[in-house]
Design a protein around this ligand. Structure first.
Ligand SMILES: NC(=O)c1ccc[n+]([C@@H]2O[C@H](COP(=O)([O-])OP(=O)(O)OC[C@H]3O[C@@H](n4cnc5c(N)ncnc54)[C@H](O)[C@@H]3O)[C@@H](O)[C@H]2O)c1
Length: 270
């Protein structure tokens, strides 16, 4: 990437859920662009496998087992980064998970589980990330992986997940304002369905409903396909780099036009 405005060589990246579908693609994209990636995930085996994959690609990579729901674990992750690298210049808040339960049947424990990972975990990491940057008087970029579910309702028992993602969107705007004076930019990405192993597994568990479900999902995406993890990684790279030096507080859909498309709209003739 040389002296391009997309150059992030020398930057240190913290990322949660780094061993997952989108997380790993982000690590590969940013690693290939010269950054040092400090991968974190709660799944040790998958984390080690992901780290090995990045090493094979020639990336500078480190790893730390971190449960992003757990305050002590998150503090330990950023202490590790502080000791070794001074601070992280880029944070990608990515680890999240939902449930598929109707609102009336959701237990408090299920609700808390979704919110603790998909919203509170983002807060804990953002807080520790910012402390180091503010202490060292360094600029930074935070990218929150949200979802189109944060801005529009999906149904099918997604309400706890959607609520967390709506929270991530507003959290993004608030942090962008809080830290603008310190040149810490904060943005979010809203993917539509992304072709990750976890997403494919979910579609398969629908059994005979898998095919109609896929047809339904694709009908809402004007570009006619679900996203690939690399589509999301490219947007993260943009938002993390100086190419986005004037971009903060943005919630960027990477959704093939899904959010722009009205449910009563028509593609072409009708
Ligand atoms: N895949 C999609 O269709 C899709 C669509 C929109 C948004 N997203 C968002 O993209 C992000 C990544 O999604 P994905 O599909 O790659 O997920 P994934 O399920 O493939 O990976 C998630 C990763 O997070 C890790 N993880 C789980 N619990 C954790 C914890 N407590 N602490 C740390 N790590 C933990 C898992 O081990 C896994 O490696 C999420 O924020 C998700 O909401 C995904």
């Amino acid at each position: 990437m040389g002296s391009s405005i997309f150059d992030i060589s020398g930057k240190v990246v913290a990322i949660t859920g780094a061993a997952g579908g989108i997380g790993l693609a982000v690590c590969k994209q940013l690693g290939a662009s010269g950054a040092t990636i400090v991968m974190s995930d709660v799944n040790e085996e998958a984390l080690n496998a992901g780290k090995a994959e990045l090493e094979q690609l020639g990336a500078k990579v480190d790893s730390f087992i971190c449960d992003s729901r757990d305050e002590k674990s998150v503090i330990a992750y950023f202490e590790f980064i502080a000791k070794k690298y001074g601070q992280a210049d880029i944070l990608v808040n990515n680890a999240a998970a939902g449930i598929h339960t109707s609102p009336q049947d959701t237990t408090l424990d299920e609700w808390n589980r979704v919110l603790s990972l998909s919203l509170t975990g983002y807060f804990l990491c953002a807080r520790e990330f910012s402390k180091l940057l503010l202490k060292n008087k360094k600029p930074g970029a935070l990218v929150n992986i949200s979802s189109i579910a944060g801005s529009s309702a999906i149904g099918r028992g997604n309400f706890a997940y959607s609520t967390a993602k709506g929270g991530v969107n507003q959290f993004t705007r608030e942090l962008a304002i809080e830290w603008a004076k310190s040149n810490i930019r904060v943005n979010a990405i809203q993917p539509c369905s992304v072709n990750t192993p976890g997403w494919r597994k979910w579609v398969e568990t629908e059994g005979e409903k898998a095919k109609p479900l896929m047809d339904l999902l694709l009908r809402g995406i004007p570009l006619g396909r679900v996203a690939e993890p690399e589509d999301i990684a490219a947007a993260v790279h943009f938002l993390a780099s100086d190419a986005a030096a004037m971009v903060t507080g943005t919630i960027l859909p990477v959704d093939g036009g899904n959010l722009a498309y009205n449910a009563g709209g028509t593609l072409g003739d009708y």
